[in-house]
Design a protein around this ligand. Structure first.
Ligand SMILES: Nc1ncnc2c1ncn2[C@@H]1O[C@H](COP(=O)(O)OP(=O)(O)OP(=O)(O)O)[C@@H](O)[C@H]1O
Ligand SMILES: [Mg+2]
Length: 621
């Protein structure tokens, strides 16, 4: 039953099997220094596209400068052509028309460029976050909620992007106020001062608004993330929710979370309602003042009627930027809160990192040595204590222990999902801490206790670790894992797409696909964690027949729950509360270690429970 192509290892050195990423790498990262301001930290990403960005802003500025000419032209046209008859009116008409055309072209090009920069920036930021997440250690995923990450990678990025790219544009447009002010000054200094006398109030309102908006923006983003988490858990945990008939409670919780979001949005709207009219209408007050003093000045002959019209046009021109200024402040507050949430993720450092100068682990003979290994999750209790265990090349060792004794943890340490607190783990004498992570994980195959399938075809799931594998190789691996039979019975055979997390398959079927997946990579060292607990005795026997051939060539650490699995092993190690208390053959342990028989009896009971329950929620995956 040994499959061809699985046991011959042609290559003698590590070759990365992962598909090389084919996306455009971000041209720059964010500044890693957390003491700097958020804007300065984001800046390198924008600076990388500074030319289209500056061109867009420059053109936008140009178009505003051109627009600003119009009221002054109007002033002149009224005074010189309509009233004074010194210059033909067509002269002004042509100039205004040309300005209109230029403004249109500038507006088009600058928008076109700016939107490109905006979406490129968003693309880069999102890739940065995903790259970062893919480097994070398992301890990080043990504590974060996926909904939080999803919302940070979506809505938070969007709000930062909007602000980073559009704020400069709006600022430029506000800057036009300065230009307009100069024009007003050139027409009449006193009238210009009167018109702009409302500015300090506007400034004050802006500062106040900034101050009160930030906390609420933060609350909104945080609560949106809570809703995302709840939805995520309800979709993934739907089987648990339904089986305990807790739909009502879950809907209630979601309603509470939505109500909290609504409350925050209402507060936000409330604040906006207070500040926006002030920000928007202060220029109108300026207009009224211009009418009052300007009218008085026209009556006394100090300025012409054209001046009042020009001032009117200038103040109207200021209206739009001022409205946007209010928006800008709100966007800025939301973006600030979002950026902080994004940096919270980006500032997380992985615990398990490759040492500088780490080497690739060459295809090993397969000697695995745990030496005085101790480990605890974070600051929790000690889970593994002074474990020393050596697996000779090609040897199969069964790890036996009560539930919670640390068997899966020991397996995770060998894969370097976590780093040991003290002691060392070596493969062929090389400490796993000194080798590159991809090479380590390429040489150590694993079937975890929670087989995870992607919603892809069965063949793609099996070929996950070696996407270039041929169909024959996939079939060979499936045959070795005794999955070929049931796979050909599926509607589309190997091309059957399984439901999310493989829910359209039975637990045992999932597990056999996971075994095939590990076997296809043909690793010299194999970790089987609970690999056969969800499989019935008959099928298990078939797998064992297949495994027997495969195990002969590789070093295997198998977490054993059944006598039949233990029978595959050359040696048994008994793990009690994180300590290895005995090693030897099954027969030796049975004869000399009374606890062993005791543990075996308990383990068998656990297994009976295991087989009955399907892994349903997978939250802790
Ligand atoms: N990610 C984690 N973070 C914190 N503690 C953990 C984590 N995973 C496991 N533990 C704890 O470590 C201990 C050992 O767990 P482990 O999964 O290694 O047990 P096990 O021997 O594989 O049990 P089982 O036979 O039930 O699979 C348990 O007390 C568990 O609560
Ligand atoms: Mg376990």
């Amino acid at each position: 039953m040994r499959a061809t192509g699985l046991t011959d290892r042609a290559t003698s050195s590590f070759e990365p099997v992962g598909v090389t990423a084919r996306y455009r790498r971000p041209p720059a990262g964010v500044d890693p220094d957390p003491t700097k301001s958020r804007t300065r930290r984001i800046w390198p990403l924008l600076a990388a596209r500074r030319w289209p960005f500056i061109t867009a802003i420059g053109l936008s500025f140009l178009s505003l400068v051109l627009q600003v000419q119009v009221p002054n032209l109007l002033n002149q046209a009224i005074d010189r052509s309509v009233q004074g008859h010194q210059v033909p009116l067509e002269h002004y008409v042509v100039i205004v028309a040309v300005i209109g055309g230029l403004v249109g072209i500038c507006g088009f090009v600058s928008r076109w460029l700016l939107f490109r920069v905006a979406y490129d920036f968003e693309f880069d930021l999102r890739n940065l976050i995903y790259e970062h997440l893919s480097a994070m250690s398992f301890s990080f995923y043990d504590r974060v909620q996926s909904g939080q990450l999803i919302s940070r990678a979506n809505s938070d990025i969007r709000s930062v992007q909007m602000y980073a790219t559009f704020a400069p544009l709006i600022l430029v447009q506000c800057g036009i106020g300065v230009v307009a002010f100069c024009f007003m000054l050139s027409i009449s200094v006193p009238l210009a001062l009167v018109a702009m006398s409302v500015m300090p109030f506007l400034f004050w309102a802006g500062i106040r608004m900034r101050h009160v908006m930030f906390p609420i923006s933060w609350i909104i983003q945080a609560r949106l993330a809570e809703v995302a988490t709840l939805v995520d858990e309800n979709v993934n945990g739907v089987r648990v929710v339904r089986s305990f008939a807790q739909e009502g409670r879950e809907v209630g919780q979601l309603a509470d979370a939505s109500a909290a979001v609504a409350w925050a949005y209402e507060k936000d709207a409330d604040l906006r309602a207070r500040f926006t009219p002030i920000m928007q209408n202060l220029p109108q007050v300026g207009l009224a003042l211009v009418l009052l003093f300007g009218g008085w000045m026209v009556i006394h002959g100090t300025v012409g009627i054209g001046a009042i019209l020009a001032f009117n046009a200038y103040l109207l021109m200021l209206q739009a930027p001022f409205m946007m200024l209010g928006m800008l402040i709100m966007m800025g507050q939301r973006a600030g809160a979002s950026a902080e949430r994004i940096f919270e993720v980006l500032d997380e450092r992985p615990d398990v990192v490759e040492r500088p100068g780490a080497i690739d682990l060459e295809v090993p003979a397969g000697r695995v040595e745990f030496t005085d290994v101790s480990f605890s999750y974070g600051s929790g209790p000690t889970i593994i204590e002074d474990v020393s265990l050596t697996l000779a090349p090609g040897e199969t060792v069964a790890l036996v222990g009560r539930t919670g004794s640390g068997k899966s943890t020991l397996a995770r340490l060998l894969l370097r999902f976590y780093d040991v607190d003290s002691g060392s783990i070596a493969i062929d004498g090389t400490d796993v801490a000194d080798v590159t992570l991809p090479s380590l994980r390429a040489q150590v195959g694993v079937v975890t206790d929670e087989p995870f399938l992607f919603s892809a075809s069965v063949a793609d799931n099996i070929a996950y670790g070696r996407p270039d594998a041929t169909r024959d190789e996939v079939v060979a691996a499936a045959t070795a894992a005794n999955a070929h039979g049931f796979i050909t019975g599926l509607a589309d055979g190997y091309d059957t797409v399984v439901g999310e997390r493989g829910y359209t398959l039975s637990g045992g079927q999932r597990q056999r696909i996971a075994i095939a997946r590990a076997l296809l990579v043909n690793p010299p060292i194999l970790l089987l964690d609970d690999a056969t607990s969800a499989i019935d005795v008959h099928v298990e026997q078939l797998i064992h027949d297949a495994l027997e051939g495969l195990l002969a060539e590789r070093t295997t650490l198998v977490v054993a729950h059944r006598l039949s699995t233990i029978a595959l092993a050359d040696r048994v190690a008994l793990l009690e509360d994180g300590r290895i208390t005995a090693t030897g053959t099954h027969a030796e342990l049975l004869a000399t270690v009374p606890v062993y028989a005791d543990v075996l009896a308990h383990v068998a009971d656990d297994v009976a429970d295991h087989v009955a329950d399907e892994p349903t929620d997978g939250r802790g995956a």
